[in-house]
Design a protein around this ligand. Structure first.
Ligand code: SF4
Length: 65
């Protein structure tokens, strides 16, 4: 998982803590209507308000692109 840019290594869903790759992270995001942090980091690693909802991602893109 060398491409995962998530820095929350305490999260049990982070690929450093299991052998299921992105599956657990994506499942959680789909359930909660969120976007994985790697997409936020691709836009800008400084995620100010930690709002990982769809709308939060839209605002993050608008602010940084
Ligand atoms: S989907 Fe989740 S686990 Fe996969 S690269 Fe993105 S942040 Fe990491």
């Amino acid at each position: 998982m060398s491409f995962c840019s998530c820095t929350d290594t305490k999260c049990p869903l982070n690929p450093v803590n299991h052998d299921k790759g992105c599956d657990l992270c994506i499942q959680k995001c789909l359930k909660d209507n969120e976007i994985p942090s790697c997409f936020f980091n691709k836009v800008n690693k400084n995620v100010e308000d930690k709002d990982y909802t769809f709308m939060g991602f839209a605002k993050h893109v608008q602010k940084n692109m």
